[in-house]
Ligand binder design. Structure first.
Ligand SMILES: Cc1ncc(COP(=O)(O)O)c(C=O)c1O
Length: 457
């Protein structure tokens, strides 16, 4: 049964129509394997059965779907659009570049300008390579680490994309990626000969990492990890990872594809003071234009000159121009400060309303990268059903939000007010459902496990 068939009848009576989204999804399923290019753009990302799947245009903190409905978005293209959608300054810079040409047979001085800007901004950055996507940039970083150390094995923690080196973790043990990406991923198409080259380690557990480094002593090229996701790292944890990787002479790579520029202009390394050997940035680097950077200390990066790492579109100038403009705006508007402030107010309004209604729900984690948790009354266990009902009711009121809200610098006072108002109404529905004991019945689609279940919160 297709996703749409499973919804038949379920969305009837929805105040906000999603018929065109549903029709397009059906059509996409015929022409595109899996229907979407990114797993996180499948219909379950917000409120399945109620939220739209296709958008027509987007501006600032809002998007307009193909059924003509307006939404305030707390996804921001899986956190890529840190300044807001279609940012005027970034767009003006990009437009000017388009008229000047975005590629030629030669290189362009802007490549050096962006590399220099990143070196001024990020503590570990002495040299820089470019790419377009986050997973691709992680793959470049791992290749450089393997090339410079002459070793093959990789230890990882978190999500690092779709490439062979990473998915090979499930060739050793089918559960390897369960806590870092998704349970049940079959590494179909990944060469079996890569088994035994990549191993996960649990976030926050120094002893586990130490054991892995000892077991594979002399064979590990790098430790690649999301330095944090939602919550701040446990005190001293990243410092100890840094010490361990130094002791074992292993390249330490921070994957800042999602954290990048949200907590501090210089990334998590600025926030925590822990400087890795390399770091990877993508997503918010181009504010939605495809751009990624692999940065690192000279001793690790310089040998990449001898490695075959090369692609036509890595010097394409729309992404480079967008990145220069985005970095400038992040600094000029103090985006980390804005995200902190807005996230704090969003959490306060939500928690106040939840407390008034006697609902056990809160925002946890850093205000720039929060998570929403609902707990079952009585046993206090996490309740995906209550959360799903809340997200569904928010979507009905024009707010796209899920368990990991990502706001942008364009979210301001009016979005806050509208969101708080919708939130009070949605929480009232949750309270009524709890009283009546009919949460399941009110859900258009049964609550599913999160798309990305990650170890790093
Ligand atoms: C930490 C991290 N690394 C890598 C990636 C992959 O980036 P992309 O989707 O641009 O390939 C993501 C995407 O969500 C990510 O969150």
């Amino acid at each position: 049964m297709s996703y749409n068939e499973s919804l038949d009848g379920a969305t009837r009576g929805n105040d906000r129509p999603t018929d065109r989204s549903r029709a397009l999804y059906e059509q996409a399923s015929r022409y595109i394997p899996g229907a979407t290019q990114l797993v996180s753009r499948r219909p379950h990302i917000f409120a399945p059965g109620v939220a739209p799947t296709f958008f027509q245009h987007a501006k600032g903190p809002r998007l307009w779907d193909v059924d003509g409905q307006e939404y305030i978005d707390y996804g921001m293209s899986v956190s890529a659009c840190i300044l807001g959608y279609a940012d005027s300054r970034v767009n003006a810079a990009v437009r000017a570049q388009i008229d000047d040409g975005v590629q030629s047979s030669l290189n362009h001085p802007l490549e050096i300008e962006l590399a220099q800007r990143l070196c001024e901004t990020i503590a570990c950055a002495e040299m820089v390579r470019f790419a377009k996507g986050g997973g691709e940039a992680c793959t470049v970083a791992v290749r450089i680490a393997r090339g410079v150390t002459g070793r093959d094995k990789v230890l990882f923690c978190g999500y690092h994309g779709w490439h062979d080196w990473y998915l090979a973790a499930n060739l050793n043990d089918e559960g390897s990626l369960a806590q870092h990406l998704l349970p049940g991923i079959e590494p179909l198409g990944v060469p079996r000969s890569l088994a035994g080259t990549v191993f996960p380690f649990p976030y926050g557990d120094v002893a586990a990492l130490e054991r892995l480094l000892a077991r594979h002593a002399g064979e590990v090229a790098c430790v690649i990890m999301e330095p944090m996701r939602s919550e701040l790292p446990p005190p001293g944890y990243l410092q100890q990872v840094r010490q361990l990787t130094r002791r074992h002479d292993v390249v330490l790579i921070f994957d800042e594809v999602t954290t990048g520029f949200r907590h501090a202009v210089g990334g998590v390394q600025q926030l925590t003071g822990v400087v890795p050997d390399m770091a990877v940035f993508a997503k918010s680097l181009g504010n939605g234009y495809a751009m990624a950077a692999i940065v690192g200390v000279r001793a690790v990066m310089q040998p990449a000159a001898q490695m075959f790492i090369s692609s036509t579109n890595w010097s394409e100038l729309v992404g480079i121009r967008a990145a220069l403009a985005t970095l400038e705006e992040i600094r000029r508007r103090d985006v980390p400060g804005l995200l902190h402030e807005f996230g704090t107010q969003l959490a306060e309004g939500f928690e106040r309303a939840a407390a008034e209604l006697g609902i056990d729900a809160r925002f946890v984690g850093h205000p720039a990268t929060p998570r929403i948790e609902f707990r079952t009354p009585g046993d206090g266990r996490p309740s995906p059903e209550l959360a799903a009902l809340y997200f569904q009711e928010m979507a009905r009121r024009g707010i796209l939000i899920n368990a990991s809200p990502r706001h942008s610098a364009a979210h301001g006072a009016s979005e806050l007010e509208t969101t708080h108002e919708a939130s009070r109404e949605a929480l009232r529905v949750v309270r009524d459902a709890l009283r009546a004991g009919d949460v399941e019945r009110r859900l258009v689609v049964k609550a599913t496990t999160p798309v990305f279940r990650r170890l790093v919160h």
